[in-house]
Ligand binder design. Structure first.
Ligand code: ZN
Length: 239
């Protein structure tokens, strides 16, 4: 792990096609935000270039109409936890982080209990307890090559079926979490839950969804704008 911050590994095997779609989406976002940016520049005469993009965020996948792929907002996202290697305080840490995602998106989560399902199995989410769509687990460094190699300290992956996310995994480096401060742990968990609900990385160190690491330990403006688009307040609605 470098001294500069965390490194995350996530789903994204980014195809050229997807890159161009994301870039197009970023342009749309920028265009929409021009009035806000202009207002910021007027208000802060010493503002940096960062003021031009007050809401940097990106989505892992988008529909042809440009709206982000997300979870069904009409039913709770059931999650099961493998606590075998969880750090002290893990329940409160996870509960608080899930609350933050619920507040930011309007999506709802439901804890459906513990599981001993092995998180290292690619098909782990297929054998979860009834009602669980997501597996959250702490994995010993030695058991995950990405952690062993120092390539990452967590990853998250939502799985899309029929245009909505229906399954997912959040994997967390147990050894790193055991040694991390509460704030560091919260930042990484929030970052990964951001991926789970559909946020991709942005190239903006001020945002929690920055690829290289999260100086902020909670969601920032761009993160929150993206999360809001993934929920029923601005995305798909329940009838
Ligand atoms: Zn990430």
């Amino acid at each position: 792990m470098s001294a500069g911050g965390f490194r995350h590994h996530d789903v994204p095997v980014t195809s050229p096609r997807r890159r161009s779609r994301l870039r197009a989406a970023a342009l749309v976002v920028l265009a929409v935000e021009v009035p806000v940016a202009a207002a910021l520049l007027v208000a802060r005469t010493t503002s940096s270039a960062q003021a031009l993009e007050p809401g940097a965020h990106a989505f892992i996948q988008e529909h042809p109409d440009g709206t982000p792929v997300t979870w069904d907002p009409c039913s709770p996202i059931g999650y099961a936890v493998n606590w075998d290697h969880a750090p002290a305080g893990a329940l409160e840490l996870l509960t608080d982080a899930v609350d933050s995602v619920e507040d930011a998106t309007g999506l709802t989560f439901q804890a459906v209990g513990a599981t001993r399902v092995s998180p290292t199995s690619a098909s782990a989410v297929d054998v979860l307890p009834a009602g669980a769509e997501v597996l959250v687990s702490w994995v010993p460094t030695a058991d995950e090559q990405l952690y062993r190699d120092g390539e990452a300290l967590a990853w998250a992956r939502p799985v899309v079926t029929g245009g909505v996310y229906t399954r997912g995994q959040v994997s967390l480096d147990a050894d790193w979490f055991a040694a991390a401060s509460r704030e560091q742990a919260r930042g990484v968990l929030l970052h990964e839950l951001g991926h789970l609900v559909g946020l991709d990385h942005v190239d903006d160190p001020s945002q929690l969804m920055d690829a290289g690491g999260s100086r902020g330990r909670v969601y920032q403006q761009g993160d929150l704008e993206g999360l809001a688009e993934l929920g029923p307040r601005s995305g798909p609605r329940c009838s």
